[in-house]
Design a protein around this ligand. Structure first.
Ligand code: NAD
Length: 544
């Protein structure tokens, strides 16, 4: 049988471990742990080396005790799947498995792995037997079966439930299990505790597992590390012991002096805090969708309106939503609450109205952006079918390389369905996995909601802006990356070779640039930018 292979984003092939590799691997880790124990270090296993786990693991491994020496020895534990196994050898080489714009990430990981030797990665679950603390950073996905209908979806609990079982089978009785994964409210007390307690009893352990919950507020980007280490945390535990242990642990590894902990009575309160926090953000973003449409239709520039309102300090967190709300968290977290209400907590009634509606609005907002592209091209007598459309920005927010649930993906899928030829540019994204892997993981791909998606598998993200602009018919400004904020209209049109349709999805163009594009013969449209028609009339009047 062929050995399975895991390929890292830089193209290196790592064969998955074979059965005989497990014994050597646990021996290797046991030796390292014995050395660490001699030095008095606490052993922390971080389960799941993804966007959160790999950086959290490094932060814990970088902590110093009262004597100024390393305080923790961290084992990053990652399951050896073809999708993720490569993260283990990469981390063991001192290389971060996550690409980060934060200059602190790479040196911190390399320092902990190669110099301090307080961080190691492995694929063997049996390292859990060595743990004083287990930090659970595995993912918990919410599957949506329809575009724009979060209610008709479900939390993919099986993998998380399996993780709880794997942990309970192995950990010592007094090990703290800290769940950082964003879970459906009720999970810690009503799913994890009974399941793990049952395994403990089978193992003859009379005490209850010490389970705590404390959610991550990590923001991948320039302040990646600070958003974990130097930021406020909320936590709770299933009993007093668990609560005390989690408070002690978080005080040791995070900057809680400056960013104090909030300790809540019960884990369901900590779990709910996370879900409400993100539902609130999803809602204030979704709410502007209807006003954005209103503005477009009634000669109003929503960007100037928002700026005017934000002068009032009470409204300073108003944000223009752009072409959809992505990232791993906002599209799903409210769904975890809606799902838990019925499937964990047993309520049949429809408690939630605003939260699912907000997610549905956010999930479909970019479809309107596709209509603007179609209409701008139509006004230039170019049919969208076979038009060359360049999308500026693949990631879900400015100046990061994370494409998860980005508005640009839906926009591209719809435009492709309408027959457009798509090019995409992004300075931060090398591979757009949502397209590259759409056939490998069809159930997790948004491709199932659209037709004619096959060719998108080969979509390459361009790095040379000048090259990608040549002979385009339409330019879509989809993300507020630094590199796109000051583009010169005269140069863009010159490189394109002729006047183009310009669609601003994120309030990137100021009035002066809009005027210049129109004067150059371009058609300009923008989400929420109803005043463009006024500028067009002015320019045309001057021409006469
Ligand atoms: N990414 C963010 O910006 C962010 C922000 C705040 C909170 N969170 C939450 O943090 C959690 C983790 O998110 P992420 O972005 O790091 O996810 P991710 O998908 O990047 O990483 C999860 C990792 O866990 C591994 N894994 C899954 N099951 C495992 C098992 N049984 N044993 C060992 N490893 C296993 C996966 O292979 C993967 O590498 C989620 O609940 C998420 O909602 C994420």
């Amino acid at each position: 049988m062929n050995q399975l292979i895991s390929i890292s984003p830089d193209g290196i092939k790592y064969p998955l471990p074979k059965e005989e590799d497990y014994k050597n691997e646990i021996d290797r880790i046991e030796k390292l742990v014995a050395k660490a124990r001699k030095k008095g270090l606490e052993i922390v296993v971080v389960m799941g080396l993804g966007f959160v786990g790999s950086v959290m693991a490094a932060i814990v491994a970088d902590t110093t005790g009262k004597n100024g020496k390393s305080g923790k020895f961290v084992i990053g534990m990652q399951r050896p799947s073809t999708r993720s196994y490569w993260k283990i050898p990469k981390l063991n080489e001192g290389i971060s498995p996550v690409k980060a714009e934060d200059p602190e990430v790479d040196p911190m990981i390399s320092r902990c792995v190669l110099e301090k030797k307080t961080l190691v990665a492995t694929f063997v679950y049996d390292v859990l037997k060595l743990a004083d603390v287990v930090v659970v950073d595995v993912q918990l996905d919410y599957a949506k079966n329809e575009l724009g209908n979060v209610r008709n979806g479900q939390v993919e609990m099986t993998a998380l439930e399996e993780s709880f079982d794997i942990i309970a089978q192995r950990i010592p009785a007094h090990c703290l299990v800290l769940i950082e994964t964003t879970v459906a409210p009720g999970t810690t007390e009503q799913v994890a505790l009974p399941a793990m307690r049952k395994v403990f009893r089978q193992r003859g352990i009379k005490s209850d597992p010490l389970i705590a919950h404390s959610y991550e507020r990590v923001m991948p980007g320039r302040d990646y590390v600070a958003s974990i280490r130097d930021f406020w945390r909320v936590c709770s535990g299933v009993n007093e012991d668990a609560k005390q242990r989690v408070v002690k642990f978080l005080n040791e590894v995070l900057n809680t002096k400056k960013f104090p902990l909030t300790v809540l009575d019960r884990p369901i309160e900590s779990e709910t805090a996370k879900v409400v926090e993100n539902s609130y953000r999803a809602t204030i973003l979704a709410f502007l969708d209807e006003w954005s449409l209103f503005a477009e239709r009634n000669g109003v520039d929503i960007i100037k309106v928002i700026k005017a309102i934000k002068m009032r300090p009470t409204h300073s967190n108003m944000i223009f939503p752009g072409p959809g709300i992505g990232g791993y968290c906002l599209p799903k977290d409210g769904g975890l609450g809606v799902w838990a209400n019925r499937h964990i907590l047993g309520f049949e009634d429809d408690t939630f109205r605003i939260t699912p509606l907000a997610i549905d609005i956010n999930d479909t907002r970019s479809l309107h952006a596709a209509q603007l592209v179609r209409d701008a091209l139509r006004n230039m007598s170019v049919p969208v079918a076979s038009a060359e459309v360049l999308i500026l920005g693949a990631s879900y927010r400015e100046d990061v390389g994370d494409t998860r649930y980005s508005g640009s993906e839906i926009l591209i899928r719809r435009l492709t369905e309408m027959g457009a030829e798509i090019r995409v540019h992004d300075p931060y994204v090398d591979h757009w996995f949502e397209f590259e892997n759409q056939e490998e993981y069809p159930d997790n791909s948004k491709s199932i909601f659209f037709r004619n998606q096959k060719k998108l598998k080969d979509l390459q993200v361009q790095k040379d802006l000048k090259e990608s602009l040549k002979n385009i018919d339409a330019l879509v400004m989809a993300v507020r990356h630094e590199a796109y904020l000051q583009l010169d209209p005269a140069r863009i049109v010159k490189v394109a070779g002729h006047p183009i349709a310009v669609i601003d999805c994120f309030g990137i163009l100021d009035d002066d640039r809009i005027r210049q594009y129109i004067a150059l013969g371009c058609e300009v449209k923008g989400l929420g930018r109803g005043h463009i028609k006024r500028i067009k009339d002015e320019v045309n009047k001057k021409k006469k």
